[in-house]
Design a protein around this ligand. Structure first.
Ligand code: HEC
Ligand code: HEC
Ligand code: HEC
Ligand code: HEC
Ligand code: HEC
Length: 410
């Protein structure tokens, strides 16, 4: 990799952006309305309608939140509100204005409105960081074009209203999976490894039983119109979608410990996990005085690991909807083992942890850029959590008599 001068932005995500640019039109079934609606950069504002009050013209999420209180509260804790975090911003700073097309590629999903693009450009020119830059995927990005509000059809009396901001235009598209694909699905001709698109949420969903049953992205990620968009970062949300079983009979175990942990994707509407970024680490081990007994760990990683330059795939162990994967355990019992422990740890940002570590080593960064990437790395290292854990005490076993002359095992 060339790490010098202007080309220091040519990191792995640069490849991702190229993939994005190479896909001018969405080959997935969409409607004329949706392809117009998601044409970048999004014209959310512009020349404001005459006679509108300041609170109707303001497009920041906080402004919408004065009336749409619940949606604002939920959106604020969603990943969409974090879409312009230090990981994205740091890379945009490193790329700089000299690579504006690259920057715009990232912004087309992370901060897609024209006014957001302008704000980022000003920041890269040296202006102080404006709130607009940090807002991420905002209410207006999904709901406003040229100040006109668009939303799902609700009660007729509301749809007919003109109480504020000129009322709104009702569109059924808001309840459909296709509404989400312009940021969550690669074009059919996009980059693939081992035949599978690098980002294929909609494709995975389409071939699942959920699509056949009419269960959409919104049904799972926005139940009752909720705006917190829970996903892999939320323990409870993930736990509910999996069936986990440990089969073991420790009391019957003498010399060998035989067990089996099975994990079934019983409620995720696409592969678990869908992206190449999260990893789910499953381990079974024996415990000796609270620690792992040497040589007793068996491990399985669920995910799709690819190289940082996106050119190689190491493994793809993701679970399709309905699929089960098992971790068998057949290990000699350690002399001092007191318990058998099984756990599942979710690392939602595993690929970014690897990526940012490499980034800090490989690139010559200014102190400000370095601090920003370090913050991103710390955040990603902190996002991991224990999804599930269980421990079975092991009964005492009469050990074969040891001759007195033998060295005590440690
Ligand atoms: C990623 C896109 C997205 C973002 C960001 C977003 N919304 Fe929504 N919103 C939707 C979709 C899709 C629906 C329809 C959900 C459904 O009907 O299942 C919706 C529904 C609504 C509704 C209709 C009533 C309801 O709750 O179903 C309102 C009002 C609304 N959003 C306001 C907001 C506000 C205010 C914000 C920012 C704080 C916001 N939205 C952010 C996509 C978004
Ligand atoms: C097609 C839409 C799309 C494009 C284009 C895109 N991203 Fe993302 N990005 C996503 C989605 C969706 C996620 C969340 C899933 C994940 O973690 O992979 C994400 C996650 C991230 C994250 C981790 C989360 C965080 O906030 O720290 C970083 C960093 C990131 N993107 C940087 C970039 C950069 C830099 C570019 C431009 C080279 C870019 N992205 C282009 C959609 C996109
Ligand atoms: C002063 C209060 C107020 C503010 C500020 C406000 N709204 Fe609304 N909004 C309403 C009311 C009241 C309605 C009911 C529609 C009507 O006027 O008939 C509504 C309706 C909507 C709908 C349609 C919901 C549906 O059923 O589909 C959307 C979407 C929406 N607003 C989005 C926004 C966004 C995005 C912002 C910020 C850019 C915003 N609103 C700012 C009061 C407000
Ligand atoms: C304008 C682009 C855009 C649109 C439209 C969009 N998203 Fe996202 N979404 C993103 C980005 C960018 C991220 C990653 C943010 C981050 O982690 O930094 C994301 C993250 C997510 C996550 C990940 C949560 C987690 O725990 O990692 C879920 C779930 C999600 N979006 C669901 C949806 C659904 C459902 C829709 C359609 C109603 C939708 N999104 C529409 C850009 C978008
Ligand atoms: C049947 C429910 C269901 C449906 C339908 C569904 N999801 Fe998910 N989704 C989940 C669950 C549960 C998770 C958390 C586990 C995981 O990450 O796979 C998740 C995770 C995610 C994530 C987090 C990133 C990742 O790697 O997993 C994104 C982004 C996402 N979904 C987007 C979508 C989009 C876009 C659609 C529609 C095409 C959709 N989902 C349809 C249940 C669903």
């Amino acid at each position: 990799m060339n790490l010098g001068g202007n080309s220091k932005a040519l990191g792995p995500v640069f490849v991702l952006a190229l993939v994005f640019f190479a896909s001018p039109a969405w080959a997935w079934p969409t409607t004329a309305f949706l392809s117009r609606y998601w044409h970048r950069p999004l014209p959310t504002g512009g020349r404001s309608p005459p006679h509108w009050a300041a609170f109707e013209i303001a497009l920041s999420p906080a402004a919408c939140g004065q009336c749409h209180i619940r949606q604002y509260r939920e959106w604020r804790r969603s990943r969409h509100a974090l879409a312009m975090g230090p990981g994205v911003l740091g890379q945009l700073m490193v790329a700089g204005l000299g690579h504006w097309a690259f920057v715009q590629g990232c912004l087309s999903c992370h901060a897609p409105a024209r006014r957001q693009n302008h704000a980022v450009r000003a920041t890269l020119q040296g202006a102080p960081l404006a709130a607009t830059v940090r807002e991420g995927v905002t209410c207006a990005d999904c709901h406003v074009r040229d100040y006109r509000r668009f939303g799902p059809p609700l009660e007729p009396y509301l749809a007919a209203g003109r109480i504020v901001h000129g009322g709104f235009t009702a569109r059924k598209a808001f309840a459909r999976s296709r509404f989400c694909i312009s940021c969550h699905q690669f074009h059919r001709n996009g980059a693939r490894l081992h035949g599978a698109l690098l980002e294929n949420v909609y494709g995975e969903w389409r071939r699942s039983r959920y699509a056949r049953a009419g269960v959409t992205c919104e049904d799972c990620h926005m139940p009752n119109g909720r705006h917190d968009f829970y996903g892999i970062h939320n323990r409870r949300f993930v736990r509910k979608a999996l069936t986990i079983r440990l089969l073991a009979k420790p009391q019957a175990l003498k010399r060998d410990l035989v067990a089996r942990l099975s994990i079934t994707n019983s409620g995720v509407g696409h592969d678990f996990p869908t992206y190449t970024t999260p990893e789910v680490v499953v381990t079974i081990r024996q415990e000796c005085a609270g620690r792992t007994c040497l040589g007793t760990v068996r491990r399985l990683v669920i995910g799709r690991r690819i190289s940082l330059d996106l050119q190689r795939q190491y493994f793809d162990t993701r679970l399709r909807p309905g699929q089960t994967r098992r971790l068998p355990y057949d290990v000699v019992r350690a002399a001092r083992a007191t318990a058998l422990e099984a756990r599942i740890v979710v690392v939602p940002d595993a690929a970014y942890i690897r990526f940012f570590r490499a980034y800090l080593v490989r690139y010559r960064l200014t102190p400000r850029e370095r601090a920003t990437i370090r913050r991103a790395l710390a955040r990603d290292e902190n996002s991991q959590y224990v999804l599930w854990r269980t421990k079975r005490a092991l009964g005492t076993v009469a050990r074969p008599a040891t001759p007195l002359s033998a060295t005590p095992d440690r």
